[in-house]
Design a protein around this ligand. Sequence first.
Ligand SMILES: CC(C)(COP(=O)(O)OP(=O)(O)OC[C@H]1O[C@@H](n2cnc3c(N)ncnc32)[C@H](O)[C@@H]1OP(=O)(O)O)[C@@H](O)C(=O)NCCC(=O)NCCS
Length: 251
Amino acid sequence: MPILKRANRRDAAAYCRPMPLTASVFQSMLGADVAISVAPPAIVTDRLFPEERQYISGAVEKRQAEFGTARLCARQALAQLGVAPCSLVPYPDRSPRWPPGISGTISHTTGCCVVAVANVRHFAGLGLDVETDTALQRSLESAICTDQERAWLDRCGDADGGRLGKLFFCAKEAIYKCQYATTQVLIGFQDVEIEIDLDAGTFSVIRLKCTGVKWDFASRITGRFRRDAGFLIAAATLTAEPETRRGAGRW
Ligand SMILES: CC(C)(COP(=O)(O)OP(=O)(O)OC[C@H]1O[C@@H](n2cnc3c(N)ncnc32)[C@H](O)[C@@H]1OP(=O)(O)O)[C@@H](O)C(=O)NCCC(=O)NCCS
């Protein structure tokens, strides 16, 4: 009996504490063709490649922890695809630099760092954004959302206390990361209009900044969102063209 009592106390404590996000949460959103690694940010400087250490040496401790943990997560996720450990210093524009044949995405926030990677035969782009699941300041809504999106928010009312505004922010950050590998263009919040299906937990692109072959392709980005453990997660994917996908195995 004492053992049972102790276990119950432990269970109660675990219930009150927010649970960390696990890879399975992201896997359920991105599917089996994507390799994922998740960890809480920590200082791991001694486990970085010299050029990565050099890249981040001048940053504040929080940024060092996020950057370093992201590199370790990336190597773990890449190992699942059979990719040997390699240095992952970002491009000068801060976008992630992946080994040839790989697309991927990184996000970090307080308590969570996540990396997702896939073979380019499966995905031309991936985009993840993780935010704390809190309301967006009302004053920011007009900067984040287009007129159409704000009309939709108005129709939804205030049932969620402003958290739907944050969902637009999170989804657009994920879309931004996902489209970048194809377009290499910095887009703003007003340059993309999205539609959210609250029941299905999905979002899709209605309009993107420009027209042209690359943009037509990037506008095929679709996404899923999920709330878990006090976090809001948006995952955007751009499936590879059929001719690229041909012959692709799991990885
Ligand atoms: C890049 C950006 C989206 C990062 O978002 P964030 O909330 O600051 O941070 P996150 O932790 O979610 O993501 C950080 C990761 O984004 C990735 N990233 C940076 N620039 C990127 C780009 N151009 N394309 C894809 N990924 C990029 C990096 O891998 C970075 O991780 P790292 O620094 O450890 O390598 C954001 O800072 C930015 O520059 N936004 C400008 C564009 C924008 O927001 N447009 C509106 C949406 S459409």
